[in-house]
Design a protein around this ligand. Structure first.
Ligand SMILES: Cc1ncc(COP(=O)(O)O)c(C=O)c1O
Length: 427
């Protein structure tokens, strides 16, 4: 469910026409829907309410302060993976005791800053990191709290670059080794290891990988408990998928909860979740205008003013984003956003950006209604890992971001300027 829909032949975000935003703010621009964002947050929180789960929004998916502030105000915590993300979460009003810190390569400074802030817990990924956190906490006269991220060796059946819960990836401690690690570090002076963390990959479309991972984790906790370890929480990570290609491509989180709650109910430890994409993925679109059209061999290209620096997912992960004109010709107003949709007066095109790379595309061999210079296109489901992964490649100032709330919208990040491009080099 989201609040991007065609009314009277044109695309609206909530009650604001996309064309109006593009005219007033320019393009490329990311547009977020507040109602969609909060709907998805509450959907996750409600689905896992029977186990009183703590929801920590994965800030890496979309870190705009205004987005994060809305979530913090709704009671959401944060999952961070760098000092910068911790800074951002705090600046957005995140409560330190609702912040968890993951990542395989935390620096000494980042660990010290997190300890100083008083975060809830570190999600720890190796023996070396355990030793380092214990050492730094000792130097600071603090007692750190952590969970061991286990690698359950479960295939999440997603893109190889976002598969994290298989043995051959760099993440976590192999589940076979986990018991030994708990034993080895059971009496640290400055670090209390009291939780278990999982994150198998993203996006995960199937339930079974979660069920397999959680089954392995709960079994491990039972064994650890039998050996006298006190496990206080299990963090299931994130990864719930969203609809990129078809309206029914991804399961609602309620379905995941239905399968997982029986495995979690009544356990003597707390549950945490770290969703990013599920909360913000369908809450954002990218607006871009057609600059030119051209042909090359048998190909037709639609060249737009957004590029791989604005949205790298298609070229990095072979991701599909539904793209459609904001004001399609009569007969081409989409009833639903579906990759099988074929326009009545359509053509098959590559939608490409201005960057000097053949990898600079947002869609390949895509059936689209015929477009002309100046037409506005919407790239859907771009809220997660869209702006967050954008860059200044080719010295392109990064896009503006806008937040829509009912009939109003406001700029939540101004478009970067050329001066912004060189600002950090003024040394
Ligand atoms: C440790 C961890 N938790 C949570 C997430 C969020 O995943 P998603 O946005 O798919 O929910 C990620 C994403 O990479 C992650 O690495």
């Amino acid at each position: 469910m989201d609040h991007f829909s065609y009314k009277n032949g044109e695309l609206y975000c909530e009650s604001v026409p996309a064309e109006r935003i593009a005219r007033e703010v320019g393009t490329p621009t990311y547009v977020y829907s507040k109602a969609t964002l909060l709907h998805h947050y509450h959907q996750v929180a409600d689905a896992f309410a029977p186990v009183k789960a703590t929801i920590c929004y994965s800030i890496k998916s979309c870190g705009n302060l205004h987005i994060c502030r809305l979530l913090a105000e709704a009671g959401c915590g944060f999952d961070v993976t760098s000092g910068g993300e911790l800074f951002r979460a705090l600046r957005a009003g995140g409560k330190p005791d609702q912040i968890i810190y993951a990542g395989v390569g935390k620096t000494d400074q980042e660990i010290a800053d997190a300890l100083e802030t008083g975060i809830a817990a570190f999600n720890i990924e190796s023996e070396a990191e355990i030793e380092n956190i214990d050492r730094i906490a000792g130097q600071m006269g603090k007692r750190a709290v952590g969970a061991i991220r286990i690698n359950p060796d479960v295939d999440p059946k997603t893109h190889v670059k976002t598969t994290t819960g298989k043995k051959e990836t760099k993440f976590g401690v192999d589940i076979d080794r986990a018991e030994r690690v708990f034993e080895q570090f059971r009496n640290l002076k400055n670090l209390r290891i009291a939780g278990l963390h999982l994150h198998i990959g993203s996006p995960v479309y199937e339930i079974q990988p979660y069920v397999d991972a959680v089954t392995k984790a709960t079994k491990l906790i039972d064994e650890l408990t039998r050996r006298g370890h006190r496990i206080e929480w299990l963090d299931l990570g994130g990864g719930f998928a969203v609809n990129y290609k078809h309206p029914d491509q991804a399961l609602p989180v309620t379905e995941h909860a239905k399968a997982l709650l029986p495995l979690l109910k009544g356990k003597p430890y707390r549950i945490a979740l770290e969703p990013g994409r599920y909360i913000v993925g369908n809450a954002g679109i990218l607006l871009s205008r057609v600059l030119y059209r051209k042909t090359g061999g048998n190909k037709r290209f639609v060249i737009i003013d957004a590029a791989m620096n604005d949205l790298i997912r298609p070229t990095l992960y072979d991701s599909y984003h539904f793209i459609w004109p904001a004001k399609p010709s009569a007969g081409n107003v989409p009833a639903s956003r579906d990759s099988d949709l074929v326009a009545t007066d359509g053509e098959t095109v590559d939608v490409v950006g201005p960057i000097c790379e053949s990898g600079d595309y947002l869609a390949k061999d895509r059936p689209l209604p015929k477009t002309e210079r100046g037409d506005l296109l919407a790239v859907f489901t771009a809220g997660a890992y869209g702006f967050a992964m954008s860059s200044n490649y080719n010295n392109r100032p990064r896009a503006a971001e806008v937040l829509v709330d009912g009939e109003n919208y406001r700029l939540i990040r101004r478009r970067e300027t050329y001066e912004d491009l060189v600002a950090a080099e003024n040394v």
